[in-house]
Design a protein around this ligand. Structure first.
Ligand code: SF4
Length: 416
């Protein structure tokens, strides 16, 4: 990397620009002993979900099947049923011995997600699922059909410990980490729905070959705070022999900037797409907007993102929600461009995310003219910048807004 010029991180003085400061609306951010927003990295101890085939390596699966008194090759058959035919129903598995089938499936493919509710929109092209986990925790995933691809936005934690003031998921703190299999099961269940023709926008009557092609870890939770389980889930996703056989490029792991975990991810040699939710190029604002910035500053997060590109050759995405008069100033576009260019060319692109307008809120969407100016400045500085499609907004399923509401809780209680 080239030596970087000294770049100021403070707002220009006397510019007269309006600066809206981040604050929560209608809820209180939990604080730590020093008065800073509380950050929860460790998962509270709760009953663990049952161990499932997708939590195990292929070797561990063989060992577990043998423990259940059957030859090891049955593990491959079970994996095929689950990952290729999206089924956990013993009745579908006629190639397994009838007398031990139920017990084998109960031991290897225990139920993990109970569907509580489904909302469909965009003419049926988008489906939001609300799932109940074995201990009653609620999580969501959003399935979206786009031309040429089907994307699933998955959750990696129940709740989230990162306490971002704009985010509904963070309000209640971290309930617990999800297991690898709970993450993977969201995909398998989505594949079932696609195969049965329930996702809109299909081109033909035969959906049996269609699958989720892209994964974004932008549902509930901070994926890198649940590192080992998220990585096990990713390994299962890309495993061509005994897993889902997806392309690593189609998997986007996003983070608010857990720097040591970004560096670990870079060393994994699984070239997933990496996205950094930056939302501000200056520490002054980002300390308030993304509380984890008090641990790892903008420059550290950007250095780690650049290191990810160096290790994988994969261009990094910078996510930037454009919030009216808070982070959408032209000088911030320039500062962001300077900071990215200072780390080299061609390694990054920026995805500004337009919010839904919420007049009267500090979290209002940027004016269209401010959005265009922000994008123009970045593009003029040589940073490829494209405004991201925020499908799913109309069912409150957009990233960072996934939250189980009280209505969801009541509904879950009624169906449990
Ligand atoms: S924005 Fe992401 S990291 Fe922040 S609280 Fe919400 S889910 Fe967690």
């Amino acid at each position: 990397m080239s030596e970087r010029p000294d770049i100021t991180t403070t707002r220009p003085k006397n510019t007269g620009v309006r600066q809206v400061r981040p604050r929560t609306e209608g809820w209180q951010q939990q604080k730590d002993d020093t008065g800073r927003p509380l950050l929860q990295f460790a998962s509270p101890k709760r009953g663990k979900p049952p161990v499932h085939l997708a939590d195990l390596t292929p070797e561990e699966r063989v060992a577990k099947v043998k423990e259940l008194g059957l030859p090891g090759f049955r593990a491959k058959q079970l994996a095929k049923h689950y990952f290729t035919h999206h089924t956990s129903d013993p009745a579908d598995m006629t190639d397994l011995p009838a007398e031990s089938r139920e017990e084998l499936v109960a031991g290897m493919l225990p139920p993990l997600l109970t569907e509580v509710r489904r909302l469909q929109t965009d003419g049926g092209d988008t489906i939001k699922f609300l799932w109940r986990l074995h201990d009653g925790a609620l999580v969501e995933s959003v399935l979206m059909r786009y031309p040429g691809r089907i994307t699933l936005c998955v959750s990696s934690q129940a709740g989230c410990g990162m306490n971002c003031p704009f985010c509904a998921t963070g309000q209640a703190g971290l309930t617990r980490n999800m297991s690898a299999a709970e993450i993977v099961d969201q995909i398998v269940r989505a594949n079932q729905v696609i195969a049965s023709g329930e996702l809109g926008g299909k081109k033909s009557d035969d959906h049996s070959a269609e699958r989720v092609s892209n994964i974004v870890f932008m549902g509930m939770g901070e994926p890198l705070a649940n590192y080992s389980r998220v990585m096990q889930a990713v390994r299962v996703m890309v495993d061509k022999k005994d897993g889902l056989g997806m392309s690593a490029r189609g998997i986007t792991v996003s983070t608010v900037g857990l720097v040591p975990a970004i560096r670990k991810l870079a060393a994994e040699e699984i070239p997933v797409t990496f996205a950094l939710s930056l939302h501000a190029p200056d520490d002054e604002l980002r300390d308030e907007l993304i509380p984890v910035n008090s641990r790892w500053k903008v420059d550290e997060a950007l250095d780690a993102a650049r290191a990810y590109f160096d290790a994988t050759g994969r261009r990094v995405s910078i996510e930037y929600a454009l919030i009216r008069d808070m982070n959408d100033h032209p000088w911030r576009a320039d500062l962001l461009a300077d900071k990215l260019n200072a780390r080299g060319r061609g390694w990054v692109h920026v995805n500004p995310i337009p919010l839904n307008p919420t007049p009267g809120s500090v979290w209002d969407a940027s004016e269209r003219s401010a959005q265009l100016e922000f994008v123009r400045r970045l593009n003029d500085a040589g940073i490829p910048t494209t405004i991201r499609d925020t499908r799913g907004k109309e069912i409150d399923g957009a990233c960072g807004q996934l939250v189980a509401t009280e209505d969801d809780e009541a509904e879950a209680a009624a169906t449990s």
